[in-house]
Design a binder for this molecule. Sequence first.
Ligand SMILES: [Zn+2]
Ligand SMILES: [Zn+2]
Length: 321
Amino acid sequence: MKISFWGVRGSIPTPLSPLQIQNRIAAVVQRVTAKDVTSADAREKFLASLPEWLFGTVGGNTSCVELENGQGDCIILDAGSGLRELSLNLRNRPGHSSGGMTYHLFFSHYHWDHLQGLPFFGQAFDPRNRIVFYGTEEDLRERLNYQMKPPFFPVPMEGPMGFRASLEFVALSPETGPLRIGDTSVFWKRVNHPGGCTAYRFEENGKSLIYATDTELARDDFLDTDENRKFFSDADVLIMDSQYTMDEALEKTGWGHSSFSITVDFALNWRVKKLVLFHHEPTYTDKKIFSLRQSAEWYREYAGSSPVEITIAREGMELTL
Ligand SMILES: [Zn+2]
Ligand SMILES: [Zn+2]
C-alpha cells in the first residue's frame, strides 16, 4: 500500500498569507551568511539546514488522503480541498490520463472540510471513468447531490453538465463487511463527532492502515472489547485527528476533536506502529504544528514504553507499507 497526503488541515483551508510568506523570506535572509552562497552545494546545504517550519509547510488544504493498493486501485479518503490537488496530479499520471479508471472515494462524514473538493474532482466529469462513492449513510447519494445544487454550486452533480463518469453509491451498513477492493479488505466503525463520523481500516498482505479523522476520543475507545480490538489494534499506520494542544482540548470539549496527547495514549493503548498526527487546527502556524511532534514525543516517553513512531501529516508526504 502506498499512502499519499493531499490535504491535512482541519475545518477550513488555510493558505499562507502574503505577510507570512514575507516574514519567512525575511527570516531566511537573516540567517544566510556569505559562505552559504559560494556554490550550488553550499546553497543546498544551507536550505537543508533550515527548520522545516521555515523551509516548508504542512500545507493549507483540507482532508484528502490517497491509498494505492498492490493492484493499483485508487482509493481516496475524503474529498476536502486536497482532492483538487490529487485530481490535477492524476491528469499527468500514467494510466490515469487516458480515462477508463475506477476511483473509490470513501467519506468519513459530510462537513465542508471533507467535501469541498468534490466539485473540482475532474476525473468525475470524464465519461470514460467510474467513480464508486462509499459512506455509512443510507442517503449518501442525496447528500452528495445536495451539496452541488444551486445556489451552492453552479453545476448540479448528476445533471447533463455534471459528473459524466459512471457513478455508484455504496451505503455501508454496520452489519455488512468487510468490503473487498482487489486484495484490500476494508472495515469501518462509527466514531465520536458531532453528527457522526466513520473511521476506516484497510488491510492488505498483513499490513494495515486506519484513517480516523474528526474523532473526539473517549473512554469507550480505549476499552478492550472485541469490536475495538478488531478495529484499532496493531495497525501499521494510524492517521488520527489530533487537532488540539492539551489546553485547547480542555476548552473545546464536545467540539469533536482530540488533542495530540490523547492520540498518543490511544496509539500506545492499541500498539500502533506509526502515528500520523492529522487534521491540523487552522489557527495554528506551521511552527506550532511542527512543534507538536516534539511535544508528542516527550509525552510518549512520559506515557508509555511502546516505541510508536510519531509524524506530522503534511501535503506531499508519502508512506509505503
Ligand atoms: Zn474535519
Ligand atoms: Zn467534522
